[in-house]
Design a protein around this ligand. Structure first.
Ligand code: ADP
Ligand code: MG
Length: 727
C-alpha cells in the first residue's frame, strides 16, 4: 500500500464508505486518512473485564448496547417524575452489565442497540448485576457499520489514551480508528522529509514514529512528542512555502534604491514637524531606511494601534522615493479615507510647500473624480509631474501608469496579497536590465494582529510594530450600559451637550443604515431623526452612512470636522482612519452587534488629542446579551490595548474566524495552535529563512525533500501559493 492510493485500497472499504469519507471528511487517499489526526484523547482509565472489576472503583467497561428501558420514578417534592434510562451492555466475553442515566433519555437515543461504546465510571453492584451510574461515554461505532466490539476492546486494552476523531454521520470515531489502524499496518515505514541532522538539531521524533504514535499513543509523553514533531512539520512547511514564494516573486525582479538622502525632503519633513517622533517611530525610520536602500524590494508590514502615528511614518517613507526622483502612491480602502488622507498629507507637507513651484505635487484619485480631473491627473502621473497620489484600489487598474513609481503604501488593508503586489510590476517602468522593477511596498494596519498570527499570515513580510503612543495621551474611559440602567442614557445625553458647549464632538454609531423588520437594532437614519428632533434640538446633528452620495458624505464630515456640527450619527463607515482630534465622545449603539476589533477601531476615533475622551457601549437594548457577547464587551471596556484585545479575540473566536481563511490565505493547520505553538512558529520561520536565503529556489538536491513537501502540501489549493504553481 502507498500513501497516494485511494482509500478503497483498504480491505472492506467499498465505494459507499469511500464516498462517505470523501464527502464527510474530505478524505480521498490513504495519505488523507493517516493525516486525519485525532481531535482529542480520552483517558479511558484501565479497560477491564467484568471479572476484574472491584466494586466501588473506577473502571472503563466496553461492549455492545443491547437495548434500553425507560422508567419514570415519582419524586417527592417534584412535579416531574425522574426519568431513568437503563441500558444493557454486553462485553466481548458475553457478560452483561447495566448503565443508568437520569433525565438524559437522549443518551439512550444516541446509543441505540448495536452501538459499541466505552463507559467509564464507578462500578456498583445491584443485586447480581454490576452497574455504572451516569458514566462518561465514548461512542466507538455501530456493529452495523462494521465495528467489531472485540477488536475495539482489544485496541482499548492496549491503549489508555483513546483517540477521538472528528466524525460524521455514519462514520463514528471508532470506525475511523479502525481504518487508520488498518492503513498504518499496511503501510511501509514513512520516509522522513527531514534529515537525521535536522531531527537531532531540533530534537524531534522521526516521522514514522510520530504518525503512528499520534494515532495510538502508548502514553502522554509519547503523544506530546509526536504532536510536537507534527506541529513542527505543519509550521515549517508553511514557513518554507511563504519564504520560497517571496523568493520566487522577487527572483525575476529588482528593487530600487530609495535609501534616505542626506538633506532631502524626508529629513526636512521631520524637522518641520511640530512634535518629536516617538521612540517607536524613530525605530521604524531606521528599519524602513534599511529596506529602502536594500537591493531586494521592500515588503514590510507596519502595525500600529490606532493613534500611534502611522501616517507620519508613511509620509516620511514616501518622501524618500520622491527624494530619489520617483513617485509614491498611497492606497486606502474607501473614498472617505482617500479624501481624508489627501487632506492630512497636504497639511503635513505644508511646510515643504504643496502644489507650488518647487514644492511637492499631491493629488487624490477616486471614482468620484470627474473625467476631466482624472484625465489631467493620469496624464501628470505619466509625465512624472505628480509626486504623491492618494487613491482607492482604482490605482491598481489597468491604464493607470506612473513615470517612475518608487513606493506604494497600502493603508488599513490586510487583503493586499501576492497577486496585487504582482500587479505593481507593470506600474513601475524604471530600468530593470531585463528584469521587472518592483516598487517598495509598505503595508500599514491599525488592526493589531497577535504576533502568532502575523508570523503565520505574514511570514514572508518584515514586520515593524509601533508600540508606543505619542506622549500626553490620556487613556479613553469606556463604559458599558445595559437597559437596566436606563437613566444613564439621559445622563449621557446631558454629558454630550456639556462636551459640545466646551467645543468637543460626539460620534454616535449605529449598526444599521435604516430600520428593518428582520434585524432589531438602531439605525443611523432613525437615530439621526430622533436625536436632532427630540434630544438635541439645540445642537447641529449630522449623518453619514455608506449609502449616501459622496458629496453629501463629505459635506457632513466637513461640518463635523470644522465643529459646525457637534454630533455625528454614523454607521461603521467611520471605523477606520477618520481623524477629528476634537471629537472626544464615542457612543456605540447595540454594541453587541460588533466584534472586538471593530469596537476597538471605533473607539480609536476619539482620544486623538490631549483631551480626555470617553466611549460608551450600549448593549442589550434591542436583543438579549449572550455570554460571549458580554465577554467581548467587558474585554473592550477593560483595556485600550489593541494587542491585548486581539489576543482575547483570537482566544474567543479562533484564527479561522478572525480572518476568513480564503481572505487571509491562512492554511488549514491541523494540529498547530497559533498561541500555544508561538515558539515553534518563530523557530520554523527563522529556519525557513535560512534555507531559502541559501537556496532561493530550493534546487539544491539536499533540499529536494523540502521542495517536495511544500509542493505536495499546497498543491492546487492555496491562493496564497499561486506563485508556486504559475511562477
Ligand atoms: P494612526 O494612523 O496610527 O491611527 P495618526 O498617524 O493618524 O495615527 O496619528 C494620530 C495623531 O497623532 C495625529 O493627529 C498625528 O498628527 C499625531 N502624532 C503622530 N505622531 C506624533 C508624535 N510623535 N507626537 C505627537 N503627536 C503625534
Ligand atoms: Mg491612520
Amino acid at each position: 500500500m502507498r500513501l497516494d492510493d485511494r482509500v478503497t485500497a483498504l480491505d472492506g472499504v467499498g465505494p459507499k464508505l469511500a464516498s462517505r469519507l470523501e464527502d464527510g471528511l474530505g478524505i480521498r487517499t490513504i495519505r488523507d486518512l493517516v493525516a486525519h489526526y485525532p481531535r482529542k484523547f480520552h483517558d479511558a482509565g484501565e479497560v477491564l473485564d467484568l471479572s476484574q472489576v472491584v466494586e466501588g472503583q473506577a473502571a472503563t467497561l466496553l461492549g455492545e448496547v443491547l437495548g434500553w428501558e425507560t422508567k419514570w420514578l415519582p419524586k417527592k417534592g417534584r412535579k416531574r417524575p425522574l426519568e431513568v434510562a437503563e441500558g444493557r451492555v454486553r462485553q466481548a466475553s458475553g457478560a452483561v452489565f447495566t448503565v443508568t442515566f437520569f433525565n438524559q433519555n437522549w443518551r439512550a437515543q444516541r446509543l441505540p442497540a448495536g452501538t459499541v461504546a466505552a463507559f467509564s465510571g464507578t462500578v456498583k453492584r445491584f443485586r447480581s448485576t454490576l452497574k455504572l451510574t451516569t458514566p462518561d461515554v465514548q461512542e466507538l461505532g455501530r456493529v452495523a457499520a462494521g465495528v467489531d466490539p472485540d477488536a475495539a476492546a482489544e485496541r482499548l486494552a492496549h491503549q489508555r489514551l483513546l483517540s477521538v476523531y472528528a466524525a460524521v454521520d455514519g462514520l463514528p470515531s471508532g470506525k475511523i480508528a479502525e481504518l487508520v489502524e488498518a492503513a498504518l499496518e499496511a503501510l511501509p515505514p514513512f520516509d522522513d522529509w527531514l534529515s537525521e541532522s535536522w531531527l537531532d538539531a531540533q530534537d524531534l521524533m522521526d516521522l514514522d514514529a510520530a504518525v503512528r504514535a499520534i494515532h495510538a499513543p502508548p502514553d502522554v509523553p509519547t503523544r506530546d512528542a509526536a504532536r510536537r514533531r507534527l506541529v513542527f512539520d505543519e509550521l515549517f512547511t508553511l514557513q518554507l512555502g511563504l519564504q520560497w514564494r517571496r523568493a520566487r516573486l522577487e527572483a525575476d525582479t529588482v528593487g530600487q534604491d530609495n535609501a534616505p538622502v542626506a538633506g532631502g525632503r524626508a529629513a526636512a519633513f521631520l524637522d518641520a514637524l511640530p512634535f518629536a517622533p516617538t521612540g517607536a517611530q524613530q525605530r521604524s525610520f531606521e528599519a524602513l531606511g534599511e529596506d529602502l536602500g536594500a537591493a531586494r524590494p521592500m515588503h514590510r508590514l507596519l502595525q500600529g494601534d490606532v493613534g500611534s502615528g502611522k501616517t507620519v511614518v508613511a509620509v516620511w517613507t514616501m518622501l524618500n522615493a520622491v527624494d530619489r526622483g520617483r513617485q509614491a502612491a498611497m492606497m486606502v480602502p474607501t473614498e472617505v479615507l482617500a479624501e481624508q488622507h489627501h487632506r492630512t498629507l497636504t497639511q503635513l507637507l505644508a511646510p515643504l510647500g504643496v502644489n507650488v513651484l518647487d514644492g511637492i505635487r499631491v493629488e487624490v484619485l477616486t471614482s468620484s473624480s470627474t473625467t476631466a480631473q482624472r484625465r489631467r491627473i493620469l496624464g501628470e502621473m505619466l509625465t512624472g509631474d505628480v509626486d504623491l497620489v492618494v487613491g482607492t484600489h482604482a490605482l491598481l487598474e489597468e491604464g493607470v501608469r506612473f513615470a517612475d513609481l518608487g513606493l506604494v503604501v497600502i493603508d488599513e488593508q490586510h487583503r493586499f496579497g501576492v497577486s496585487q503586489r504582482l500587479q505593481l510590476k507593470d506600474k513601475a517602468t524604471g530600468a530593470g536590465h531585463g528584469r521587472a522593477v518592483l516598487p517598495d511596498v509598505l503595508v500599514m494596519t491599525a488592526t493589531p494582529i497577535p504576533r502568532s498570527l502575523s508570523l503565520t499570515l505574514y511570514g514572508d513580510l518584515d514586520v515593524t510594530v509601533l508600540d508606543e503612543l505619542p506622549p500626553g495621551r490620556i487613556p479613553i474611559t469606556t463604559q458599558l450600559i445595559t437597559p437596566r440602567e436606563e437613566v444613564r442614557r439621559d445622563k449621557l445625553y446631558a454629558f454630550v451637550r456639556e462636551q459640545a458647549a466646551a467645543g468637543f464632538g460626539t460620534y454616535i454609531v449605529c449598526p444599521f443604515v435604516e430600520d428593518s423588520d428582520v434585524l432589531p437594532g438602531r439605525s443611523a437614519v432613525t437615530e439621526h431623526q430622533r436625536l436632532s428632533d427630540e434630544v438635541f434640538p439645540d445642537l447641529a446633528v449630522e449623518l453619514v452612512h455608506g449609502q449616501m452620495r459622496t458629496d453629501d458624505k463629505d459635506a457632513a464630515m466637513a461640518r463635523f470636522r470644522a465643529g459646525e456640527a457637534q454630533v455625528l450619527v454614523a454607521t461603521t463607515v467611520i471605523e477606520v482612519g477618520v481623524d477629528v482630534p476634537h471629537a472626544t465622545v464615542m457612543v456605540i449603539e447595540d454594541a453587541e452587534r460588533f466584534g472586538i476589533s471593530q469596537l476597538h477601531q471605533l473607539r480609536g476615533r476619539v482620544g486623538r488629542s490631549g483631551d480626555r475622551s470617553f466611549c460608551v457601549l450600549f448593549a442589550g437594548w434591542s436583543a438579549s446579551l449572550g455570554d460571549e457577547a458580554l465577554e467581548r464587551l467587558r474585554a473592550v471596556a477593560a483595556t485600550t490595548d489593541g494587542f491585548e484585545l486581539a489576543e482575547t479575540d483570537l482566544d474567543i473566536r479562533g484564527a479561522g474566524q478572525l480572518f476568513g481563511k480564503r481572505q487571509s490565505g491562512l492554511p488549514d493547520l491541523k494540529l498547530a495552535h497559533l498561541r500555544r505553538d508561538l515558539a515553534v512558529i518563530g523557530t520554523t520561520r527563522d529556519l525557513a529563512r535560512e534555507v531559502v536565503a541559501a537556496d532561493p529556489d530550493l534546487t539544491d538536491p539536499a533540499n529536494a525533500p523540502l521542495r517536495e513537501q511544500v509542493l505536495r502540501t499546497y498543491e492546487g489549493g492555496l491562493d496564497a501559493f499561486a506563485v508556486l504553481e504559475t511562477g
